[in-house]
Design a protein around this ligand. Sequence first.
Ligand code: ISE
Length: 343
Amino acid sequence: MSENLRVAVIGAGRMGADHVQRLHTRIHGAEVAAVVDIDLERANAAIAGIPGAKAYATAAEAYDSGDVNAVVIATPGFLHEEALLEALPLDIPILCEKPLTTDSGSAWKVVEAEVATGRKRIQVGFMRRYDTEYAELGRLIGNGELGELLMLHCRHRNPDTPPGFTNEMLINDSVVHEFDVIRFLTGEEITSVQVRTGKRSRRAPEGQHDPQHVLIETESGVLADVEIFVNAQFGYEVATQAAFEDGIVDIGGDGGPYLRRGGSWGGKVTPSFIERFGTAYDVEVQAWVDAAHRGELGGPSAWDGYATAACCEAGVEAQKTGGEVAVVLNEKPELYRSEGEKQ
Ligand code: ISE
């Protein structure tokens, strides 16, 4: 086996195919050994032009090949639990796209399975943590130079939704990112979620109430409001304004170049999350590979996946009731506690 990590990418859909290209062309210290998809044609298309990579219909076949020592799980969220429980006993580094699983019960099963192995093996693909502007906001919150953080105003807009994108997915598939990044930025757990639905866009497909307004509170009382608007038509936007005691910080606005021509001024709108977070995904995957080479695992953990799953569950209940729903978490296992938390 080469010095490089030999990665199996499970799922050759949009995100899986993107990770295959990333691993093949931009990431150092890793190569694509296998692509797994129940649709073998799609798996074969994903490995085209990648020497040494093989297509399989099942993860078991890829693992049995003996040519794989790391795995990226990029199947739809409802298939993650099974894929994670299959990969954990192999004792290999696992990068699992978000969400860890789609409900807190199954996420907790994954946490328990990892705890039973005695070491962290799972990193969850919450790529916003690797975005430079989010990281800078985190730094400003941490060093206290603007005083205490008081509120976050988050805009999360997608141009449209793929077929089958349900009302619950506004929370489980989209706002899950805000749940994670708010926990990451504040270093606190989320204590409650409320969802309000107002006027519905005529562009929202049947069964979806779009947009929605999500109100989140953390342990110390930081309030975050999220406009989740997944059929916003114009393009992709993930932006946040943070209000501190001594200043205001904006992140995520569209970048240049800006053009002045023929009496108008403007730039291009980001088309999708693939472009908006392209660099963050690269940094995330490279960090995972580098850690694997050191025999470590960093980044968002299975605990983070579990905690966000619990927030999503509260969010989906809040969608139905309109009321404020408490987020209740199990006790954090020792494996996931920081040194400070252990004392
Ligand atoms: C998608 O799955 C993502 O992860 C994107 O970051 C998010 O903006 C989008 O709403 C999700 O559907």
